[in-house]
Every structure is written in C-alpha cells, then in structure tokens.
Design a protein around this ligand. Sequence first.
Ligand code: KG4
Ligand code: ZN
Length: 340
Amino acid sequence: MKSENIYILGIESSCDDTAAAVLCNDTILSNVVATQKIHEEYGGVVPELASRAHQQNIVPVVNQALKKAGITKDQLHAIAFTQGPGLMGSLLVGTSFAKSLAFGLDIPLISVNHMQAHILAHFINEESQVKPDFPFLAMTISGGHTQIVQVDSYFKMTVIGETIDDAVGEAFDKSGKLLGLGYPAGPEIDRRAKLGNPKAFPFTKPKVDGLNFSFSGFKTAVLYFIQREVKKNPNFITENLNDICASIQYTIIGILIDKLKKASTQTNIKHIAIGGGVSANSGIREALKTGEQKFGWTTYVPKFEYTTDNAAMIAIVGYLKYLENDFADQNIMATSRLKI
Ligand code: KG4
Ligand code: ZN
C-alpha cells in the first residue's frame, strides 16, 4: 500500500527539445517542452546551437513545469534526468542542472536512458492509453533512432534490431529536403502521401540481414531518381509531389513493417508498441491496424506528446526506479552513446 504521493521532476535535454515534467506517482501533472526553432533554418539540428538554447531554456522550462503542476520544488521526492544517448553538449546541460538541483534539495538523483524512456512512456497512467502486457516488442522510430527492442519487464530490455546508418526520421527528412520541403519534412510527406498514389514510383527496399535497418541507400535512391526525372522534365517535382511523397512513405513503412513481422515471428511475441516522432505517421498507424487483423497483433501507440522527445517519459522511468531505490550518485556523467 502506498503511504504517500511521490512527486518526481523529469528533465530531458538529449537533442533539440528542452523539456521538464512533473509526475505524481505514474500520473502526469505537467509536461513542458520548448522546441528549438533555430534548427529549421539549417535543415537539421546544429549541436552547438542546441546546447546554447538548452542553457537559456532550462530554468524557465523547469519553473513552468513546477508551476503548472501546482507544487513547489521542496515537495519533490527525486529528480530524474536523461543521461544519454544524445548530443554531448545538450546532455551536459540537463545533467549538470539535475545534479545541482538534487544536491541543493538533498533528494535522490535518478539517471534515465532516453531509449528506455521512449518505451516506458507507455506506462504513464492516462485514460486514453492501455499499458502493454509483457513481453512486448517496442519499435522506437524518430529523427534520431530506429530500434526494435524486446521488452520482458520494465528494466529487462534487449535490442534485437537497429539501424546501421540513418534513422527512419532522417529518411523522411532528407527525402523531403530533396523535394524542397521544409524541416522536418515527415509531417508534410505524410499529409501529401494521403493525396497521392503510393505505387506511382516503385523504390527498392534495402536488403539488410536479420532485424537491422539501413536507410542511407534509400536516400541515395531517391536522390538519383529525382535527378534523373528532373533532367527529363524540369517540373517533375511540382507536377508529381503527392505521388512522390506517397511512394516514399509507402516504401519506408514497408521496410518497418517487414522487420516487425520478422521480429514477431522470430520471438513469437504479438504485442507491439511504437514510439518516437515517426509513430505519428498515418501510414504506420494504418499498417499496425492491418497487422492486428492479419497477424493477430495487439498494438500500442502512445499519446503524441509522450512519443516525441519529452520529459514525461523521463519522469515515469524516474518513478519506476524510485520504487526500486535505484538512485545515481553525484559522480554520474552524461554519456552520449549510452546503450539500453
Ligand atoms: O521524436 P522526435 O520529435 O525527435 C527526435 O528525432 O528524437 O522525432 C522527429 C522526427 C522527424 O524526423 C520528423 O520528420 C518525424 O519525426 N515525424 C514524422 C511525422 N511526424 C514527425 N515522420 C513521418 N510522418 C509524420 N507524421
Ligand atoms: Zn528520442
């Protein structure tokens, strides 16, 4: 029986979002994200600018999270922060802030692996969200990650497949850049894909062994295809934009689903959860629904604000670790290549 409410502050700063969230047990009280717009001008995240923006954002973002939650910092039981993986300069801002705050308040510090957090976001207590049954497969797909993880319990996770080069979000964003779309291009490709013919332009899928992924060859295939067609017809892109987007999306989703099918057959696990920014894609959502009917899958898609980079997912891991007294000490370091 729980004797008191546990308040955890989560801090996330691994890439280009400065985020803070407050949890009471497994329920979110506040979830604040400052997305850095500065990178849009550059068509991708610029690490040096990201860490500078984190420094500017972190204090106001944490204050806002506490204010929205309606608690003061003295009521906190622990501070959870992203130790890695991510950009070193970005991670350092959140890590040093979390360490000093925990030290100042004399409360436990909890280190969180960002990739585990994407997966454990499914365990946030939310009316619209069903918590997955163990064991399940988690596919984390975003601008920075592409992984399939077998999850046997909260902290027993095994990576069974991952990208050997680009992340799937990069496949969307870099293809979009070739088409003259803004950054990040995923949402715009998704929007246009709904209006186009997915079979208009067939792209070959990369052949990668086992459950791993590769997207760098796909990006080059799109580049050569566009160059070839534009040489024949300078207006090719504008005249065919929806069909090109639909074809790109169809191929990318096909690559993801092929590997998920293989992973499900190999492990005999039919519970499948997704996370990361690309899980917003309408094509992947439809494909998962089809998987439920065709392969007997049970699928889990978290609420959008818990699936892109956020601190609520860091705080839920903080809560689960708090219950196990799994605390970090003040010597802990940010680790840019931290593994699950
Ligand atoms: O999780 P996220 O916000 O940040 C990280 O990269 O960690 O994911 C951003 C990625 C971008 O690559 C963006 O293009 C992609 O998610 N994305 C989408 C969609 N919404 C966001 N990709 C395809 N379809 C979407 N609807
Ligand atoms: Zn992420």
